[in-house]
Ligand binder design. Structure first.
Ligand code: ZN
Length: 219
């Protein structure tokens, strides 16, 4: 039997805990269906989230409406809304406070093309946003600017956001991003990183495009 979108969001939220990509009540997950998005709630620790807790929001929802709701969406609903409004190609968003991606976000560094798998996120690097306070509209503007057409960005002194056309793929991308962030932190400790050239990354991006890859089928 097919899972409901609420069940699927719960499943992925808990999987993020299991894989150490989130903890406690950190991070959030959403899925867009038509003119609405379904998002994890505010103020419930992920291990206790139930499908009935997932909040359905219109893509046009505003602060006034959110304040009226008895069951409120994640405090980061602004950037989920902004991404869906701006990116027609995106139907799922995973936000993490995963340890290594968050550590790099504190350095406010982009993750460069030190490994060809960086191209999985759609460009030659994974960029880091400027700092804005969590849950703000200003943060959503900063994220959309930093994300551009890519599938991930770091959020300064905060964590990471990963976007995709479907939720399973967004989860895999979040996992891959944390894996690459871990490697990059180790390289920073050594102090020397050799990056691929723009031309080499262009070739990888082209190859990924011609394969129509997902994060699940890379060598
Ligand atoms: Zn957060």
């Amino acid at each position: 039997m097919n899972k409901s979108v609420q069940e699927k969001i719960c499943e992925i939220s808990k999987k993020l805990l299991t894989y150490g990509l989130n903890h406690g009540a950190t991070g959030n997950v959403s899925v867009r269906i038509d003119d609405d998005f379904y998002i994890t709630p505010s103020g419930i620790a992920t291990e206790f989230i139930d499908p009935k807790d997932i909040v359905k929001c219109s893509l046009l929802i505003d602060e006034v409406e959110v304040h009226r709701m008895t069951k409120r969406p994640s405090s980061e609903w602004h950037f989920h809304q902004k991404i869906y409004q701006t990116r027609a190609d995106i139907n799922a968003i995973v936000h993490t406070h995963s340890p290594y991606a968050s550590a790099i976000s504190v350095l406010r560094k982009n993750i460069p093309a030190f490994h060809y798998m960086i191209a999985l996120f759609g460009g030659p690097e994974v960029r880091c946003s400027a700092y804005k306070i969590f849950g703000s509209y200003e943060l959503s503007e900063e994220i959309i600017k930093t994300l551009g057409t890519f599938k991930a960005c770091l959020i300064a002194n905060h964590g990471a956001v990963v976007v995709s056309d479907d939720l399973d793929n967004a989860f895999c991308l979040a996992q891959e991003l944390e894996h690459l962030a871990h490697q990059y932190v180790e390289l920073l400790k050594i102090g020397s990183v050799t990056t691929l050239s723009d031309d080499e990354m262009r070739q990888v991006l082209l190859k990924f495009k011609s394969y129509g890859p997902t994060s699940k089928d890379q060598d």
